[in-house]
Design a protein around this ligand. Structure first.
Ligand code: NAD
Ligand code: G6P
Ligand code: MN
Length: 454
């Protein structure tokens, strides 16, 4: 491996999460020394707006760290030891389409679940592969890419197929966010929890929540039966996850556990287990994309503007589990700490009754050569079947992307649990092909050539 101080490139430098991640890095500099931070983005205007905020966060903590802002891959990745990826291919404009098109057909409209997530996957797999190729060409040969870019399950499967040897670790902050809430409910710091969990990304279950050798899931069940996975404390500590739509999401753990009390579900299972209620409570003209554009993004841009005018940076972004988690994972990779974290890995028998080559989300020990998943064993038939169906939908979507196959895309949409009929799948997919014409040229051509019935 390589030695600190590290060179870190952040791909998707213009992300609303960049200042928070960099703040997390700064408060942990003693544990994760940095020589240079580079921001890389294809939207240089957006990145240049956010960069002065990031630079201020760095300079408040260090005079010596070099700071580079670029749209050039060679400048961004040359000699880099770590790449943090957080790209939103198509930006919020396309997220809005991903959410609104299905909703017009009475189907869940969500960033990573259902047709919205599948569409986002079709846009993201190839740019992610391109990013890996840049890193392979320019970065340190042992560099690690730690990827947050969504839809992470589909991105991970696409990367597994197209670049199986890449040193990429795909992660999600949802399990740690849930663990933060669990900790607040139990009155225990989240770092003291050791959980068992199985599933796919945004589609899994906590099966044990150990604190000092004792399973505290029974206590959590009693709390969830009254309040869902929510406490006032947890809400106060995280402005993102205390937005009204997230509060509803945390509450929805309650109806899911009322029916299936054994395991504690990932909040995203609400979209698959109770899609009708979700759709009923969504405003088709004002979705989460609008909430984020008018909230997190607006606040950050306004702060950047104020900083430019006055030299004073208002409190505009949050350092929470999202930033903490990626730094924890990177440290464990850098120093071979073998810390236990929930991450996406190739199954390889960890869950015995899911395919060997499926990308699953399970606890793993993070070493400098990557994650070593723990053995989960056999999961119950109910969960196995739900997982298998979701996996098939996501795998078909990956094949659709690689092959430019309209038919496989339609199969992926039809198989998804959020989509009630083949007709819904087709109507939504066809509208999405129009909306994504700049992103899916091959699929659009297959459709227009009449390679399949229109
Ligand atoms: P954002 O739109 O503010 O930022 C994303 C940035 O990526 C934009 O500046 C955009 O220009 C850039 N980008 C798009 N395509 C690119 C490419 N090919 N190369 C380089 N940069 C590119 O979005 P955000 O809300 O801050 O979210 C960023 C990403 O992080 C999204 O993918 C989001 O879904 C993901 N995310 C994941 C998790 C997780 O649990 N895995 C948690 C939070 C956010
Ligand atoms: C959670 C999930 C992420 C997702 C994010 C959406 O943190 O784990 O995968 O991107 O929520 O948050 P937003 O505030 O953009 O709706
Ligand atoms: Mn996630």
């Amino acid at each position: 491996m390589f030695k600190p101080p590290f060179i870190l490139a952040i791909a998707g430098g213009g992300s609303t999460y960049t200042p928070g991640i960099v703040k997390s890095l700064m408060v942990r500099l003693a544990d994760f020394p940095l020589a240079e931070i580079r921001l890389y983005d294809i939207d240089e205007g957006r990145q240049n707006t956010i960069a002065p905020v990031v630079e201020k966060v760095i300079r408040d903590h260090s005079d010596s760290i070099r700071f580079t802002v670029t749209g050039d891959p060679e400048t961004a990745f040359s000699g880099a030891h770590f790449v943090f990826a957080q790209m939103r291919v198509g930006q919020y404009k396309m997220r809005e389409q991903d959410e609104k098109i299905p909703l017009r057909h009475g189907v869940v409209g969500q960033e990573t679940c259902g047709p919205g997530g599948l569409a986002y996957g079709l846009r993201t797999i190839l740019p992610m592969v391109e990013l890996i190729d840049f890193a392979t060409r320019y970065a340190h040969p042992k560099a690690w890419i730690v990827n947050y870019s969504n839809p992470a399950a589909i991105v991970a499967e696409g990367v597994r197929r197209l670049r199986p040897d890449a040193r990429v670790l795909n992660i999600c902050d949802m399990p740690v966010a849930a663990m933060r809430n669990m900790g607040a409910i139990l009155g225990v710091d989240r770092h003291k929890l050791e959980v068992d969990y199985f599933g796919l990304n945004h589609f899994g279950w906590f099966t044990r929540v150990m604190v000092d050798g004792e399973d505290r899931l029974p206590e959590l069940r009693r709390h969830v039966a009254k309040f869902g996975l929510l406490t006032e404390d947890a809400a106060k500590t995280d402005p993102q996850h205390s937005d009204p739509s997230w509060v509803k999401t945390w509450r929805n753990i309650q109806p899911m556990m009322n029916n299936f009390p054994e395991y504690l579900p990932n909040p995203y299972l609400q979209y698959y287990l109770m899609p009708n209620q979700i759709v009923e409570h969504q405003d088709p003209d004002y979705t989460r994309a609008n909430e984020v554009m008018n909230g997190r993004e607006k606040k950050l841009f306004a702060a950047a503007d104020e900083y430019k005018r006055t030299g004073i940076l208002p409190d505009a972004f949050h350092v929470g589990v999202h930033g903490e988690f990626i730094v924890d994972v990177a440290r464990s990779l850098a120093f071979d700490l073998r810390q236990r974290h929930l991450v996406m890995v190739e199954n390889r028998g960890a869950i015995t009754n899911l395919p060997y080559d499926a990308v699953v989300e399970v606890p793993a020990y993070i070493t400098s050569e990557g994650p070593e998943p723990v053995r989960v064993g056999k999961v119950p038939l109910f969960h196995q079947t739900l997982l298998q169906q979701q996996l098939a939908s996501e795998q078909l979507l990956v094949e659709a992307t690689i092959e430019g196959s309209y038919e496989k895309a339609l199969q992926a949409f039809t198989l998804n649990r959020t989509v009630p009929t083949m007709q819904h799948a087709k109507a939504i997919l066809d509208e999405m092909i129009e909306a994504n014409r700049d992103y899916w040229p091959q699929l659009k051509q297959a459709w227009e050539n009449g390679d399949v019935a229109k």
